[in-house]
Design a protein. Structure first.
Length: 162
């Protein structure tokens, strides 16, 4: 049986992966997926773009929506700072690492970013929720897989986290 590295090389010779988009929501699972993507990028000589999509909560009151421009700007700045911190912490020699901050529904913005980059692969962590938890929380990973403009690699938590 071929080693994982051989399999990756064979795959890259058939369909070159030059740019990997990694969905990141600042969770441990996203961090695990990012490490996986960076390991893959090192083997393939690919660049990596960490994509974070945020939504600004909107509350309605009889007087109208209650969200100031200043509050929206603070949310955006906090997301940008967190994304830059992830990028700085995960830098590796030889891997071109970039970030992309998007505003909107996570699954839609991840796919839009992958199309615009353009990415050859999306890497996304998945919690593997089932049943009512998945129905109530939805699955960003599932929506990305179903609608992505390129192949998607889902990364599960390490065995110790299950």
């Amino acid at each position: 049986m071929p080693s994982h590295a051989t399999t990756v090389r064979e795959m890259s010779s058939k369909t070159p992966i030059q740019h990997i988009a990694v969905a990141h929501d600042f969770s441990d699972m996203a961090e695990h997926a990012l490490v996986y993507a960076l390991d893959l990028a090192e083997k393939l000589g690919a660049r990596v773009t960490i994509v974070h999509a945020y939504e600004v909560p909107m509350y309605s009151y009889p007087e109208g929506p209650a969200l100031t421009v200043e509050m929206a700007a603070q949310i955006e700045q906090a997301a940008q700072t967190a994304l830059e911190n992830v990028s700085e912490r995960c830098k590796r020699p030889g891997v071109d690492l970039r970030t992309a901050l998007r505003h909107g529904h996570a699954w839609s913005e991840i796919n839009a970013a992958a199309k615009e980059l353009p990415a050859d692969l999306i890497v996304i962590g998945t919690h593997g929720r089932r049943g009512i938890a998945r129905a109530l929380l939805g699955s960003v990973a599932e929506k990305v897989v179903r609608t992505a403009p390129c192949p998607v690699l889902t990364v599960h938590a390490p065995e110790s986290k299950h």
